[in-house]
Design a protein around this ligand. Structure first.
Ligand code: BEZ
Length: 442
């Protein structure tokens, strides 16, 4: 819908703020539950500047944490439902190879190497344990240390990100959702998104703005979340040319402890994707899974600067251990995206606490839900369902979301901060003159 056909006085059941995959999946689920829904996206739909940039994301069922494994297992059938409605697959089930040092410890962003085994057993998901020679014989890796082991898991694959986004957008339109881009919500009042330029009345709101979460929370409610936004982190994406005779069949993770490069600590947790039909031919994505630049606000993004140490260390490792990328592997393309974490590296999925809404003179508890993240593509259809359940029923009893509570205190430190985040370069969130919708043209 464009602004000429948008009824700016309409009353909605649900307004979704943020039109990324989770926002669109939430809108779709709410529309299917007979709600009248509006999605407001501050940029264009399916833009490359936030968390959903690039062509591929992992669809993964292999998790070390029990509660994540359970959610991943629950998400399997919801993905199948979405693909059925889409009329085409949105994933390629390539499988996943985790390999590396069996002694790789806990504390990294992807759990431990063999950590998922009890959960795979619990849910009857198939896997094969491999030794170093099995890995080298069956996959394009070489010169691996003798003690390296692997886990080959079939119920995993690659998400076609552009197709997922376009499909969710299309299904939203087919289900009568109003979708408006270039719409920046500056402030939420009570249970309505209101502003100087346009105001929308609504009963419920889903805040799914990814890294921009504090841009809405502080002006609206006077609190912020203590987020660490990983720029390039976990997605220092490099596309490397590959020899077409060498097949990268599966996604993979390489687990090895940190080392130093050029005097700086670097991660050796590398990952890669197979070449897929929707990515450039004869190229595959190989990257390091780490945060080398952590920011408090997306406005601090240093894009397109990529840590030279990470790039060099990745090239070194590829040169030594990956077949088919030539003697001097150089990324043909390297990009970044934003991953939003709170201090326990999880996300927030909860209601805006009643105490902040009451402070606004409203009694509308359970009317505003919030989801932060930017690293949960494999849960997108499930998250849409959970957020819909929270909005429509006030609870989501089928899913254990207790680990994403907004009032939890990892290491005794609350996630909620009453006031703006004061970090090196501050967010300037004190400017809040009510919400407006910028029309920048289409
Ligand atoms: C991805 O889905 O792109 C991804 C997931 C985990 C680590 C790195 C990348």
């Amino acid at each position: 819908m464009d602004s000429s056909t948008l009824n700016l006085t309409a009353k909605y059941d649900v307004v979704v703020v943020g039109g990324g995959p989770v926002g669109l999946a939430t809108a779709l689920e709410c529309a299917k539950a007979k709600c009248k829904v509006l999605v407001l996206e501050q940029s264009v739909f399916y833009n490359q500047s936030g968390s959903s940039g690039d062509l591929l994301r992992m669809y993964r069922t292999a998790y070390t944490e029990d509660f994540m494994a359970t959610l991943a297992f629950q998400s399997m059938s919801i993905w199948d439902e979405l693909e059925k409605e889409a009329g085409e697959p949105l994933r390629v089930m390539s499988g996943l190879l985790n390999f590396g040092d069996p002694d790789y410890g806990a504390g990294g962003p992807e759990g431990t190497l063999m950590g998922p085994v009890p959960n795979l057993d619990k849910y009857g998901l198939k896997y094969t344990k491999l030794g170093r020679n099995d890995i080298q014989e069956n996959f394009p890796f070489q010169n691996l240390p003798d003690k390296w082991v692997g886990l080959d898991m079939s119920d995993n694959g690659c998400i076609n990100v552009p197709l997922l986004l376009r499909t969710l957008h299309r299904l939203c339109r087919e289900h009568g959702v109003d979708l408006f881009d270039y719409a920046t919500v500056k402030r939420v009042n009570g249970a309505s998104a209101q502003g100087t330029a346009f105001a929308f009345r609504t009963d419920k709101i889903a805040l799914t703005p990814g890294a921009y979460v504090n841009h809405i929370l502080f002006p609206s409610f006077g609190f912020t979340l203590d987020v660490n936004i990983w720029e390039m982190a976990s997605r220092v994406s490099g596309y490397y040319s590959i020899d077409p005779s060498i097949e990268f069949k599966k996604m993979w993770f390489h687990f090895e402890g940190d080392s130093t490069y050029g005097g700086k600590p670097v991660s050796n947790l590398f990952y890669g994707f197979p070449a897929v039909p929707w990515s450039p031919p004869n190229m595959c994505r190989i990257a390091v899974d780490t945060a080398t630049n952590v920011i408090a606000d997306p406005d601090q993004r240093a894009y397109p600067v990529i840590s030279p140490e990470d790039l060099e260390n990745t090239r070194r490792w590829i040169h030594e251990h990956v077949l088919g990328v030539g003697p001097h592997p150089v990324p043909v393309f390297a990009g970044t995206c934003l991953q939003t974490n709170v201090s326990d590296n999880m996300f927030v999925l909860d209601f805006v606490p009643e105490r902040y809404i009451r402070a606004q003179g409203s009694n509308a508890d359970k009317s505003i839900v919030i989801f932060t993240a930017g690293w949960a593509m494999k849960f997108v259809p499930l998250l849409g369902r959970v957020l819909k359940d929270l909005l429509v029923d006030g609870q989501a009893p089928n899913y254990d979301i207790s680990h994403f509570d907004i009032d939890r205190k990892p290491d005794d430190k609350p996630i909620i901060r009453d006031g703006p985040v004061m970090k090196e370069r501050d967010m300037s969130l004190n400017v809040c003159a009510g919400s407006s919708i910028r029309r920048l043209g289409h």
